[in-house]
Design a protein around this ligand. Structure first.
Ligand code: GCW
Length: 718
């Protein structure tokens, strides 16, 4: 049976040359496919010389092309493609529809639509690697997995891997404007060259899709959540269609952001009230139109009634009424609606931490089945450290998806080395205690609220036109890690860093260990030199570049850093206990209790939840003031250690990328000092305490830091 099926497949053979040596600039991301060392090559090459693909459908063709590219690079010769695996053994890429059931039966139910199995077996006595999937995209993911095994130097002689994504919707959110400005983008312009689309499809779109598919990302929201209705115009939809065509073979669907007032702006209606029949009809027609152009369109993402965006509240309607109108129009096409919970209202005096919960929690169960409420990991805004968002676990009848920010708006833009894997892991591992112990955020995300309900994770992309895609070599790791966590929220920050380091920098133990060490400590370093001990949102106004803890003159209280730190002669920190804003009451009692007590709240969240005197005795026995200063310095010292670590890798890493990282670390060190000095100068002007012994005073006085302006810092909102 197997023989017969394989025999009908058409054959062709081709040989080529390995990747030519070239200076590396980061364009290849983690898909560098460098030559394997000769002993490994000798061991694996015989099995990898040939492969068979069970169909030539576009996704399988993409998988075959990637296999040729990857093995070509690693082995120095492009593998031949055979019609029959039994001719020579090799790799067999197959979907279950092309396989006899007895081969497939074991794995079928476990791998679903997007998973795969990879097994070594002997066919006609010849060693074979079988990559098996129910659907073509699973086979593509399987090929990337096999390539990763080789890139990371793992044995391939006894493979028995079964893997499938734990979340269904794994999407990037591009905050890209139609003029190619990227809000909070630090990697050049938007990749989407709307002016040249649809006729010119930049080959880079394909590389973008390859990179995403390699980590299992299956959707991309092309446009900014601060939305422009023009993307819904017919001419723009043709451009979107062109992108969708490039991405389709890679299993990636396109999504768009919907501006809630589009019926007025594009449709000429007088209102965008979601209960108005004309408005509903306009959206229905628009969404039908989108699906005639792009039949596998993923759906829409909406930011409503937040930071000036229009929304249902403009008509005294709820978020659920707004979302459901769009969801109803999407449902016949199996489209989904992602509705963001990032809201805080101008006229609301409630602690900003509490506002999203206050507004959304009562709407639990009121959203249509095809709505996902998209919740940021923390309640404020992608800060270097936040406790998990209290909405997780609090809306058991509503699918919630996670929103992480991959681009480093608040963690030093592109020049600070900060691996976000550890930050996301912290959020995912947090126990919400809802409904009971062990209800981690990861588990809640992975468990559909009803059988068949959607699950998902979104990442605000850090991708642009820079040659290295992400603005820095190390920021590629955050794109990579996002994909891996979206596939499996339990993947582990350390394991992900290891894979990325081996693929990106070189697979020798010393390089990997050093790179991983740098990465794993990097986010805590940023927390320490920017916002230690639970401080938050101390960044300068608008662009958020550099420190601005003294800023107090912005029109809305929660835009001012002083709102968050509340530094005063009596102490520092935001009281969120009952005596204060009582935000703690939004968490499960077990969580609230731990964070409420000064005895049990971790130091890392102390000033997030408590206002404490400068001389408050910390668990270390030191005063809060001393501990604060020590943390700022620890952050700066950690950057110096990264510099030393990196210096040690000079001989092991290609010169162009090595030098860029070295120089970026120098920028980071300078800016870490800036953060440390400016923050200490400001807080000392209030605490009036001397610096602990051995800690040097800021290089300049407070006025010097206050006078620094950076009006052209990149990525600002417009
Ligand atoms: O973090 C803030 C950013 C805004 C952004 C907003 C949001 C797209 O400063 O630029 O707007 O969050 O998430 O909507």
């Amino acid at each position: 049976m197997l023989r017969k099926l394989l025999a009908i497949l058409s054959a062709f053979l081709c040989f080529g040359l390995a990747n030519q040596g070239h200076a590396e600039d980061g364009y290849d991301l983690w898909l560098r496919y460098q030559p394997l060392e000769s002993a490994t090559k000798a061991r694996v090459a015989p099995v990898l010389r040939y492969f068979v693909a069970s169909t030539d459908r576009p996704t399988i063709a993409a998988a075959a092309a990637e296999l040729k590219r990857g093995l070509g690079g690693m082995l120095g010769a492009v593998p031949g493609q055979h019609a029959r695996v039994d001719e020579a053994g090799g790799i067999l890429i197959a979907t279950t529809d092309a396989m006899p059931l007895d081969v497939a039966a074991r794995d079928l139910p476990r791998i679903g639509d997007e998973g795969y199995a990879i097994r070594t077996l002997a066919i006609e006595g010849k060693p074979t690697i079988l990559i098996l999937a129910n659907k073509d995209v699973g086979a593509l993911y399987g090929v990337f997995r096999l390539l990763k095994l080789l890139q990371t130097g793992q044995a391939i002689d006894r493979l028995d891997i079964v893997d499938a994504p734990k979340l269904k919707v794994r999407v990037l959110n591009h905050w890209d404007n139609l003029d190619r400005h990227v809000e909070r983008g630090y990697a050049g312009q938007s990749l989407w060259d709307w002016q040249k689309l649809p006729l010119y499809k930049d080959p880079r779109y394909t590389d973008y899709a390859r990179a995403n598919a390699s980590i299992g990302i299956n959707g991309t929201v092309l446009t900014n959540v601060n939305a422009n209705a023009d993307i819904l115009r017919p001419d723009y939809l043709q451009k979107v269609k062109a992108l969708a065509e490039v991405f389709r073979p890679y299993g990636i669907r396109v999504y768009l952001t919907a501006r809630f007032s589009a019926p007025i702006e594009l449709g000429g209606l007088k209102t965008a009230d979601p209960l108005d029949p004309q408005v509903r009809a306009w959206w229905k027609a628009k969404i039908d139109e989108i699906y005639t152009v792009i039949p596998d369109f993923g759906g829409l993402l909406v930011k409503a009634n937040s930071e000036g965006q229009p929304g249902p509240a403009d008509y005294k309607r709820t978020h659920a009424e707004g979302a459901n109108m769009l969801a109803d129009a999407l449902a016949p096409h199996h489209g989904i609606l992602m509705w963001r919970a990032f809201v805080y209202a101008a006229e609301n005096a409630e602690d900003r931490h509490k506002q999203a919960y206050t507004e959304f929690q009562p709407l639990d169960g009121k959203f249509r089945d095809n709505v996902l409420v998209q919740v940021k990991n923390g309640a404020i805004d992608f800060q270097p450290r936040e406790p998990f968002h209290p909405l997780f676990g609090a809306m058991p009848r509503t699918p919630l998806m996670m929103e992480f920010q991959i681009t480093k708006e608040y963690l030093g833009f592109a020049t600070h080395l900060a691996y976000l894997g550890t930050m996301w892991e912290e959020a995912l591992e947090a126990d919400t205690f809802r409904p009971g112990k062990g209800s981690t955020v990861a588990k809640l995300l992975e468990t559909p609220v009803d059988p068949g309900a959607a699950t998902g994770m979104a990442g605000v992309a850090n991708i642009g036109t820079d040659r290295n895609w992400s603005g820095s070599q190390f920021d590629q790791a955050n794109w990579y890690a996002f994909g891996r966590f979206a596939w499996n929220p339990d993947a582990g920050a350390d394991a992900i860093a290891r894979d990325w380091a081996a693929m990106t920098w070189g697979n020798d133990g010393a390089t990997v260990d050093t790179v991983v060490r740098m990465m794993m400590g990097s986010r805590e370093a940023v927390v320490n030199y920017m916002t230690p001990l639970g401080l938050t949102h101390q960044m300068a106004t608008g662009h958020h570049y550099g420190p601005g803890p003294w800023v107090a003159d912005l029109k809305r209280p929660e835009w001012n850093p002083v709102y968050y730190a509340r530094a005063a002669p009596d102490g520092i920190g935001f009281d969120r206990t009952k005596a204060g804003s009582d935000a703690l009451s939004q968490y499960a009692p077990q969580v609230a209790k731990r964070w409420d007590s000064l005895k049990t709240v971790p130091d890392a969240l102390l000033l997030w939840f408590h206002h404490v005197p400068w001389d408050y005795r910390m668990q270390s026995g030191r005063t809060l003031w001393d501990e604060l200063v020590i943390h700022y310095d620890a952050g700066v010292d950690a950057v110096a250690r990264m510099q030393a670590d990196w210096a040690g890798l000079e001989a092991r890493v290609d010169p162009e990328r090595w030098a860029q990282v070295r120089d970026f670390l120098a920028i980071q060190h300078e800016e870490a000092m800036w953060w440390r000095d400016a923050s200490i100068a400001y807080f000392q002007s209030i605490s009036k305490r001397p610096l602990p012994e051995g800690h040097k005073p800021p290089a300049h006085d407070l006025d010097y830091y206050k006078a620094i302006t950076t009006p052209y810092a990149p990525g600002q909102g417009r």
